[in-house]
Design a protein around this ligand. Structure first.
Ligand code: HEC
Length: 157
């Protein structure tokens, strides 16, 4: 009887172990199957193996260059007063550096405006005390300087 019991016990244990092995194998195979079932289309594979970062080498830069190229000559052909002001004048005229009349400072601009545009132009083109000739914009045309002055005056009336 004791032998019989032991035999039955080891048979049950064997069954349990077999069951466990089967379950483990099943789990592994379903894992493998899951992987094999994954999307193998070119796009999906490329998306999975793509590097963490992507280099911006092609189209976007070309597109930027293409849109920037025509804009640059247009800007150098005739900058607006605001563009000239932002590029060359605001360093002093936005802060009041070296005693420059500040943009929007009506009290500072009023007596200067009264001198008339001709005087303002002469002072801006040739320099005036701490105001450098052409406001440091060496490649500004007279017209661009004039528009920059008009821009500042308009904002300071
Ligand atoms: C390095 C600083 C600086 C920059 C840059 C500068 N200015 Fe001036 N600007 C001054 C100073 C300082 C004065 C005041 C001079 C004074 O009255 O003694 C002045 C005065 C002026 C005046 C008034 C002149 C007058 O007769 O009262 C005009 C107009 C002017 N600047 C235009 C410009 C324009 C246009 C630019 C840019 C293209 C420019 N400035 C850039 C410093 C600067």
């Amino acid at each position: 009887m004791a032998d019989n019991k032991g035999l039955r016990l080891s048979f049950v244990m064997l069954l349990v172990m077999a069951l466990i092995i089967v379950l483990v194998l099943q789990g592994m195979s379903s894992l493998l199957a899951g992987r094999r079932l994954a999307d193998l289309s070119d796009d999906a594979v490329l998306a999975r193996i793509q590097p963490v970062g992507s280099l911006n080498t092609g189209a976007p830069i070309m597109a930027e260059a293409a849109t920037a190229a025509p804009a640059a000559p247009a800007a150098s052909a005739a900058r607006t007063g605001e563009q000239v002001y932002n590029a060359s004048c605001q360093a002093c005229h936005a802060t009041g550096a070296a005693g420059a009349p500040k943009l929007g400072d009506k009290a500072a601009w009023a007596p200067r405006i009264q001198q008339g545009m001709d005087t303002l132009m002469t002072h801006a083109l040739k320099g005036f005390n701490a105001m450098p000739a052409r406001g440091t914009c060496g490649n500004c045309s007279d017209q661009e300087i004039r528009e920059a002055i008009e821009f500042m005056i308009d904002r300071s009336k």
